[in-house]
Design a protein around this ligand. Structure first.
Ligand code: SF4
Ligand code: SF4
Length: 570
């Protein structure tokens, strides 16, 4: 069953800047990220990467998904160390009704997410706002002592879907053109820069925000369609293109063997027809060769992304829909095995194993702090993350991930990713780093982290009904929310409530994804039970159940209850 949900209502640039300024002054955080989780690229070895000919200061960033949808998500990713932002997929059908909840991170990670939940012009505005805020943060002397004065190059990578008809429409073409030359949007937003950031109002914001794209296609998209879309993006827009491939490319029997037999996820239901309808391995090889040649002939670059999530039957029932998409540890093994098969079948073609092949390999499948050093050692770039950032700690998990890479590199004296990859190649001997790494993922003595046995622990729970005020104050709802919709405040003296901290939700930023409900140890849905705050008076007026309005006047911020909430505020 698909339920209606409240649409996301992005904050204006002025409101986002006011929030940054207020939060910094009052709590020394930005969008709830503590300063200890800010990342400074200059404090360790050079981990910059080449992405389709463009430099990026780190090889990590959010995968197109819940962490790259709203402006504050993107800024959070960047502060925490991301330098390749794969923006959430934009497509012509921008009035989707997505089933809720849409994320299930109870164990390994499933979702029924899709593309941007905003209209195309709103998506453009979110991405441009994020770009402008990052440019201001780079120069804001409050944070430069923490992030460094040289934060290094950043790449915004577009993601578009899902078929040629949609991608060729005027609306999607306008979106792509506007990201490649954002002058008009920047000038439209510029007057909103004020307060603490007024000194940046006349800044020269770079207007070319993106000129690369990662293509997402539907399951079952015919190979000729993938080819036509890629050629269209190259010839009509002059973009360098990465094509995201599905894990089904590895074939039904092989994926089943890995997921069910090797890793032990014996309740996972794979449907053969999902594999039969998708791109097949031999045609996939042809396509990679053909599109790489086409791109080179046009003076453009081409790459592949491994992989999309794995389509499985929804047997859990936490989310609606018959189908759900598996991610996390088992997908890491499937996608890396697929990498090995492609690498073997296309000798010298892929840019992995220390080889300068023409086809870049972007990777997204269960990247964590534990496996990032090994994945970087294969030559994968970028490595994008989603499932791991949905766990407690959220965006704050990125900096420790990058520091784990630094530590591994420092341990062998590697001063760059090239040197790190050369070291791993030397260590792995004749078989090469890719084959050596895959062997560890299939070996029962070294792959526990990826197996059912290694991923059966459920989030902790306490036998207590969640209430509006007071709770065990674990802070999980704050960190697991991709939209940073939750925040906490010290319990006001005048409030008759237990606990030193209270947790509140900015309802306009909540898309009811369900992730805070999965991790909240108490019984109940924090996004529903905790005080729901609005900043838009019209939306606030329209709500009849408990709600609060954040009101700003020259004396500061005030929280006003509606009639239903007045009885609950003590
Ligand atoms: S508040 Fe909870 S349900 Fe809402 S977006 Fe955040 S994690 Fe998802
Ligand atoms: S609402 Fe739940 S998740 Fe949030 S702090 Fe309280 S107990 Fe933790």
């Amino acid at each position: 069953m698909t339920e209606a949900h409240e649409p996301l209502t992005p904050f204006s640039l002025a409101d986002l800047l006011a929030r940054i300024s207020h939060e910094w002054e009052s709590r020394h955080r930005i969008f709830d990220l503590p300063t200890a989780r800010f990342f400074n690229v200059s404090k360790g070895p050079d981990i910059s990467m080449d992405f389709l000919g463009r430099p990026a200061a780190t090889p990590v960033g959010p995968a197109a998904g819940p962490h790259s949808q709203m402006a504050q998500n993107i800024v959070l990713s960047w502060l925490a160390g991301s330098r390749l932002i794969e923006l959430k997929t934009v497509q012509i059908m921008d009035e989707l009704e997505i089933g809720r909840p849409c994320i299930d991170m109870e164990t390994i990670g499933y979702n029924i997410e899709w593309s941007q939940e905003l209209k195309i012009p709103q998506s453009l505005e979110e991405y441009v706002k994020a770009w402008m805020i990052i440019e201001m943060m780079r120069r804001w002397d409050e944070v430069t002592p923490l992030i460094g004065t040289d934060t290094g190059p950043l790449v915004f990578d577009l993601s578009v879907g899902y078929d040629l008809a949609g991608i060729s429409t005027d609306q999607v073409a306008w979106f792509i053109d506007s990201m490649m030359d954002a002058r008009e949007e920047i000038e439209r937003l510029r007057p909103q820069i004020g307060g603490e950031f007024a000194r940046f109002r006349d800044m020269d914001f770079p207007a070319r925000i993106a000129d690369t794209v990662t293509l997402s296609t539907f399951h079952g998209c015919p190979p000729d369609e993938i080819e036509s879309i890629t050629k269209h993006l190259i010839t009509r827009h002059g973009l360098d293109v990465i094509v995201k491939l599905n894990p089904t490319l590895l074939g039904f029997e092989r994926v089943k063997e890995i997921v069910i037999e090797t890793l032990g996820y014996d309740t996972t239901v794979l449907r053969k027809e999902d594999f039969d309808n998708d791109l097949q391995f031999p045609r996939g090889l042809e396509l990679i060769g053909e599109l790489n040649s086409f791109a080179a002939d046009q003076g453009r670059r081409f790459g592949i992304k491994l992989t999309n999530t794995l389509v499985v039957e929804n047997t859990k029932g936490f989310m609606p829909d018959d189908t759900m998409y598996l991610s996390g540890p088992p997908l890491h093994v499937v996608s890396t095995t697929l990498l090995g098969e492609l690498h073997r079948a296309l000798p010298g073609m892929l840019r992995v194993d220390g080889q300068d092949g023409p086809v870049q390999v972007s990777f997204s499948a269960g990247i964590t702090k534990e496996n990032l050093p090994a994945a970087a050692g294969l030559g994968l770039a970028p490595m994008t993350v989603c499932s791991d950032l949905l766990k407690p700690g959220g965006y704050g998990r990125l900096a420790p991930m990058l520091k784990a890479l630094w530590k591994a590199m420092e341990g062998v004296g590697a001063g760059s990713l090239r040197e790190w990859q050369a070291h791993r190649a030397e260590q792995s001997g004749e078989q090469g780093p890719v084959a050596a790494y895959i062997a560890t993922l299939h070996n029962p003595t070294t792959n526990r982290r990826y197996t059912l046995a290694g991923n059966s622990k459920l989030p902790r729970s306490v036998d207590n009904e969640l209430q509006m005020w007071g709770c065990v104050a674990c802070n999980f709802c704050v960190t697991v929310c991709p939209n940073d919709a939750f925040f906490r405040i010290p319990t006001p003296d005048e409030l008759d409530a237990t606990g030193l901290q209270q947790y509140l939700v900015l309802t306009e930023l909540c898309n009811e994804c369900g992730n805070c409900m999965v991790f909240c140890p108490e019984i109940g849905d924090p996004a529903v039970v905790k005080p729901r705050l609005f900043i838009d008076p019209d939306r606030f007026e329209a709500v009849t159940d408990l709600a609060f309005l954040i009101h700003q006047d020259p004396d500061g911020y005030w929280v006003l209850p509606n009639a239903a909430a007045a009885d609950h505020t003590g």
